[in-house]
Write a protein that binds this ligand. Structure first.
Ligand code: PLP
Length: 407
């Protein structure tokens, strides 16, 4: 008879294991620096007031819980395009974008990976290049979509900076027409983004090799606090005429992690036929979407649409993004100045140059283990801390702990 008895046990996802260990830890001083979710200065999740307001506005007698179309909520999709590409984007006006609402950023990366894998296959598996290090799910998603996944060098442990030369060299040596995953801003886990000059070097080599940029933009508004500035890299590539994929998440910037609001955009390069190509791409994305989720979750998209389309709510959102990103900057500065004041061994200046939700501490595996076992401080094994987990109540304890384990 049919049996699944020979299915081997898979390892637990390391990040979710860490979250479980944290939950099970009964020590009252424990600190969670694992998950990339914003916490306020009391260590609590923050429901953005603008989200509460938009949610209240939805509660009219006409509101219902009907299905959305396969592609998602049109008012949300159009606003999401404008947010990422700019109101005056030629790609929008020339109708050469194909957009689908997805199950947050993860679903967007997944839909894009599935689509590209299916339609750009020659005799060999297509190649996807992802940064070393990156969000671990990039590897899983692209390999499950049957890409041959390789890492390109990104972070240099010695300099604690981006190794742009090694990255460019790797992109140069990769087979032409590879898919290259780029994080649009607030790189996870390093907190380091290329400068504008470096982005232009990356674009040069990618144009020369005919690579496809696949932007994963999960933190728009978190890097600088400014939504426009944080979409600069995507807009720059599109402005140069690249054919381009973008995965856009509203989990972090609207603080709607569990509502799963996101979009996948495929931007066709300018050509007389571009809007027809985009239509055909939309038709294929709809087939994939139908088989996978039928249609995307509605509730969060309705909230996001309200915020994005109402000028007053939009202004309030920008203000609240500023609150989150400036708190993270302040926490980083505080860690740095406190460790320097203690003369904790090591160089901590990098904390000031990193941006976004995370800092890459450079702590060793042993130090990270000790932080967990002795101090009940939980961070991922690569030494990444989610800066939002620190606040005035646990900062001194954290500094004591780091000072202890590095001495
Ligand atoms: N991409 C990156 C780089 C991320 O860090 C994350 C979340 O941590 C995501 C995508 C996906 O997030 P979500 O699926 O919650 O939108």
């Amino acid at each position: 008879a049919f049996t699944m008895a020979n299915v081997p046990e898979a390892p637990e996802d390391p990040l979710y294991r860490l979250m479980r260990e944290y939950r099970q830890d009964t020590n009252e001083k424990k600190i969670d620096l694992g998950i990339g979710a914003y916490r306020d200065e009391h260590g609590k999740p923050w429901v953005l007031p603008v989200v509460k307001k938009a949610e209240a506005l939805l509660q009219t007698p006409e509101f219902n819980h009907e299905y959305l179309p396969i592609r998602g909520l049109d008012s949300f999709l159009a606003a999401a395009q404008r947010l990422m590409l700019g109101n005056d984007s030629p790609a929008i006006h020339e109708n050469r974008i194909s957009s689908m609402q997805t199950v947050s950023g993860t679903g967007a990366v997944h839909l894009g990976a599935t689509f590209i894998s299916r339609f750009c296959r020659g005799t060999e598996r297509p190649k996807a290049l992802i940064s070393d290090p990156t969000w671990p799910n990039h590897y899983q998603i692209f390999s499950q979509s049957e890409f041959d996944v390789q890492y390109y060098p990104y972070y240099s442990v010695e300099t604690q900076k981006i190794d742009i030369k090694a990255m460019i060299r790797c992109l140069e040596e990769a087979p032409s027409k590879s898919l290259v995953v780029l994080q649009g801003c607030a790189h996870n886990p390093t907190g380091l983004d290329p400068s504008k000059e470096e982005w232009s070097q990356i674009a040069d080599v990618m144009a020369e090799k005919g690579h496809l940029p696949f932007f994963d933009n999960a933190y728009q508004g978190f890097a600088s606090g400014d939504l426009t500035q944080d979409s600069w890299a995507c807009r720059y590539f599109i402005g140069r005429g690249f054919e381009c994929c973008i995965a856009q998440s509203f989990a972090k910037n609207l603080g709607m992690y569990g509502e799963r609001v996101g979009t996948f955009h495929y931007i066709c390069s300018p050509s007389p036929d571009a809007s027809h190509i985009a239509d055909r791409i939309s038709s294929q994305l709809a087939i994939l979407q139908r088989a996978h989720i039928s249609n995307p979750p509605a509730y969060g998209a309705h909230i996001a649409s309200r915020v994005l389309n109402d000028p007053e709510l939009f202004a309030q959102w920008q203000h609240e993004l500023g609150i989150m990103s400036s708190r993270l900057t302040k926490v980083r500065e505080e860690i740095r100045s406190k460790l320097e004041a203690r003369e904790t061994p090591g160089s901590w200046a990098f904390l000031s140059t990193q941006i976004g939700m995370f800092s890459y501490t450079g702590l060793s595996k042993d130090q990270i283990r000790l932080l967990k076992s002795k101090w009940h401080i939980y961070m991922t094994e690569n030494g990444r801390i989610s800066v939002a987990g620190l606040n005035p109540n646990n900062m001194e304890y954290f500094i004591d702990a780091v000072d202890d384990v590095v001495r």
